[in-house]
Ligand binder design. Structure first.
Ligand SMILES: Nc1ncnc2c1ncn2[C@@H]1O[C@H](COP(=O)(O)OP(=O)(O)O)[C@@H](O)[C@H]1O
Ligand SMILES: [Mg+2]
Length: 302
């Protein structure tokens, strides 16, 4: 069991299932609605916690009623809420996802309190960083906060794992040089380097490009094609294939992969074994429908 700090974000998510996604001046009737507290970082934190790690979660909520709902959900997920604060005169973040029967979706996002994180908030974490074996964050933090997080982790010599959600063209890759682990998926890496990834050779080429900016271990996840990894200090990348599965819902697969990997690498110090296990669980998750249900019920044994 490891002590982990997730520097994350919080949304109240409303998922609507409709026959057809409405266009302008139309409405649609939802046959199902599901409301829960979520975000990519919360998805990972839930899996870390289910793997018996102690997970502290740093994030900001608003001063509205949603705050209480969010705290009770996070407690139910077994995530420690001591580092969650309320931002004055701000609402809690919210996401609406409208999905049709063909799995196409339209998303509306309100960042709310998530955009109120300041460099001072991150700086205030420095004193307690040494209590943790790994810090998990995402590059969609406000960029000055992201750089501050990298800086304090380096100063305190604490390992940082950065997820790379949505290619942020504004991120200066060279500022991520000392990050221990960094993980984009196929689409994110393609956008970042303006390259197509259609083969293992393409993936290896992108990893080599990424190496110019980051000395740490780079994990490029490739959905149905598994992942390719360039380990810190290694000359050559390694490719890991997935086992074929009847995929019905791949939302959150990357978040699950990263959580299992972090838990395993801290536990075993064995990179290859940790990747294989992360991939095994992530692949299993795509065969189950509904992210909240999956995060509660997914079999995490290997
Ligand atoms: N269709 C699929 N079949 C088998 N495994 C999958 C599939 N989609 C995702 N995975 C597994 O989940 C991991 C992460 O998925 P990926 O789509 O790359 O990340 P993200 O969820 O960030 O887009 C992959 O490396 C793979 O192990
Ligand atoms: Mg994907």
């Amino acid at each position: 069991m490891a002590k982990l700090l997730v520097v994350g974000d919080i949304y109240l998510e409303n998922d609507f299932l409709v026959q057809t996604i409405p266009v302008e001046n139309e409405f649609s009737v939802a046959s199902e609605v599901h409301t829960f507290t979520g975000s990519k970082t919360i998805n990972s934190a839930r899996v870390m916690s289910r793997l018996n790690n102690s997970v502290d979660f740093f994030a900001k909520a608003g001063t509205d009623d949603l705050y209480l709902k969010i705290l009770s959900d996070l407690k139910r997920y077994n995530i420690n809420i001591d580092l969650i604060s309320q931002s004055e005169d701000t609402k809690t973040g919210q996401i609406s996802v409208i999905t049709d029967e063909r799995e196409r979706s339209a998303v509306n996002i309100f960042f709310g309190a998530n955009s109120k994180v300041t460099t001072q908030d991150i700086q205030d974490l420095e004193g307690s960083l040494s209590n943790y074996q790994m810090i998990y964050g995402a590059t969609h933090l406000p960029v000055d906060c992201l750089y501050k997080l990298v800086e304090i982790c380096r100063k305190k010599n604490v390992q940082l794992f950065l997820d790379f959600p949505n290619p942020q063209k504004t991120v200066e890759l060279s500022k991520l040089k000392d990050v221990e682990y960094i993980s984009p998926n196929r689409e994110e890496a393609e956008a970042l380097f303006n390259e197509q990834i259609r083969s293992v050779e393409d993936a290896f080429r992108v990893l080599t490009l990424f190496r110019k900016f980051c000395n740490g271990t780079i994990i490029l996840t490739l959905d149905i094609d598994g992942c390719a990894v360039l380990e810190k200090g290694a000359k050559d990348p390694i490719y890991f294939q997935t086992t074929p599965v009847q995929a019905v819902d791949s939302v959150g697969a990357g978040d699950i992969f990263k959580a299992v990997f972090i838990s395993e690498i801290l536990n075993t110090k064995d990179l290859q074994k940790s990747i294989v296990h992360a991939q095994q669980i992530a692949t299993r998750s795509v065969a189950i429908k509904g992210l909240d249900f999956t995060l509660n019920n997914l079999d995490l044994s290997f």
